[in-house]
Write a protein that binds this ligand. Sequence first.
Ligand code: SF4
Length: 323
Amino acid sequence: MNTLLKIENVSKSFSASEGLFFKTNKKVKALDEVSFDIKKGEILGIVGESGCGKSTLGRVILRLLDADSGKVYFDGNDILSLSKIKMREIRRDMQIVFQDPFASLNPRMRVGELIGEPLKMHGMKDHREINKRVEEIIRLVGLDKYHLKKYPHEFSGGQRQRICIARALILKPKLVICDEAVSALDVSIQSQIINLLNDLKDELGLTYMFISHDLSVVKHISDRVGVMYLGKIVEITSTENIFNEPRHPYTQALISAIPIPDPDIKKERIILKGDMPNPLDIPKGCRFHMRCIHAKEICKKIEPELKINKKDHFTACHLVDKF
Ligand code: SF4
């Protein structure tokens, strides 16, 4: 498979103010030298707790936020160095679906206009062609032609997310970034949307980056999974490896916390020590060491690199083969 997206050492910081009255010049490092790639036709899941940098990552890839350093290659283009005009062209091929479908849709526009709007924004003027494309895509996402005349508030949460997906896909993108795209939905609706995304992937030849805090959601859609902790990828490998053979202690703790819907199966949950450290004060050495049950002296001093330690299995841990 060819590579569609390649991220090399991407970092992104934000200025922060600490407390209500006290200002600081400290920076929150939301992304710290993040590297990975996504092959054409692949679904890469990105998981981690809230505040780990996963949503920032999606926005930096689309250049909705500017990276401080690093490279992002999309379909062979070094997109961080592109002009705004060229980036606008490329953005046709990179779309995003956000968590809150209601906030993403203008309540004063009818669904037909909402879905057709990206075509107009990218220069299509032929109304008959626009209407034809809108009618095609509304059917593909499992809604009907008569829905095009309605307003967003007339739909359920799941239907609204289908409309957002239709709006993202109308430009026939190559990459779709789903940023917590099913998190606001009920569990039964979540699985409908995941099935829809999977069907559309095959039908339209899409590639997804699927960002979620929920490992069980990512499990059902991803080919590979990257686990983020405090702005870094700490483990990345196939979905099978992540769930059957997690190697990073943080991933192991996340997996152990997934409930099993079978009362006969007993699973020992790994309880992490303390809370996620303040991102303004990232610990020296391994940034996970204060919560890690395996931490040794080296972990407090030296930051582990993300290295391959089994076939296609990358982990950032000094002691990965020792526990
Ligand atoms: Fe734990 Fe040390 Fe590995 Fe970090 S490097 S995850 S502290 S064992």
